[in-house]
Design a protein around this ligand. Sequence first.
Ligand code: ATP
Ligand code: MG
Length: 305
Amino acid sequence: FAINMTQMQLLEELGRGNYGTVKKVLHKPTNVLMAMKEIRLELDDAKLSAILMELDILHRAVASEIVEFYGAFFIESCVYYCMEYMDAGSLDKLQGAGVPESVLARITQSMVKGLKFLKDEMQIIHRDVKPTNVLVNKRGDIKLCDFGVSGQLEKSLAKTNIGCQSYMAPERIKGESQNNLGTYTVSSDVWSLGLSMIEIALGRYPYPPETYQNVFAQLTAIVNGPPPELPPGHSTKAIDFVSRCLVKEPQSRASYAELLEHPFLVEDRTREVDMVGWVASAVAYREAQKSSASSTGTASPSNSA
Ligand code: ATP
Ligand code: MG
């Protein structure tokens, strides 16, 4: 069945990205909480309908590592995209209190499984792997969202905002500067995965803060500089895993099959990890930070683009 706006009771705002606002909503006919993303696109109705048709294949993207899609509709020049509400939010805001390596391994396991599912079962390259697009719930599930299914939607969003913290692989940055979109392959997502892992472990974007204000300096560092690494203190398994993702030459980067057989993920499959406990403590820390920030009148620092 098709969902529409009259069925929604609007609740609080969950967050804002470069392209729109995400609100928590209650779908009244089914009593299901959803996250509804509003994307403003100055397009004619024919193009908006084309986007909805392309989004429709998301109904087939059913996997435990993928945020469930409930449907989309448009009103005037806005597309509304409704998905599973993830009650612990995105990973970028859960990194604050620290992420033990066993939790990092479990998160990585879910991300790799989700990306492999998209590639093998859906023939989809994610194209936007980063901590804000990894969502968490209080059951301890880790799921991916915001992957590129609609060519028309991508085109309409393209270049509006490149963001000042780039997760793009070197070949993609070089390709875009040559206006050559063909260089984007599935291994570009593996680079973004590696960069996201370091961010999750460090609690901040891995390239030096001096580059946050200067997009050009940052892209130059990604293309010409050495790849970032997990700091010492992490296990050699974890350090090696990340270094297999952050290989600058895309052909030499690890495949998903290789990553799943890497000791870092093999070990995770035989280990008990209290994800529910970790999520509860990470959410509690985030809420405490939020209330201390609002009582002192300072905005909480954000480390996501
Ligand atoms: P960008 O615009 O660069 O993609 P983003 O991913 O942060 O950045 P949005 O996808 O618009 O932007 O999401 C905004 C915020 O809303 C996210 O950072 C996340 O915290 C929250 N959010 C998004 N989807 C959900 C969801 N399904 N459940 C709960 N929170 C969500
Ligand atoms: Mg997002």
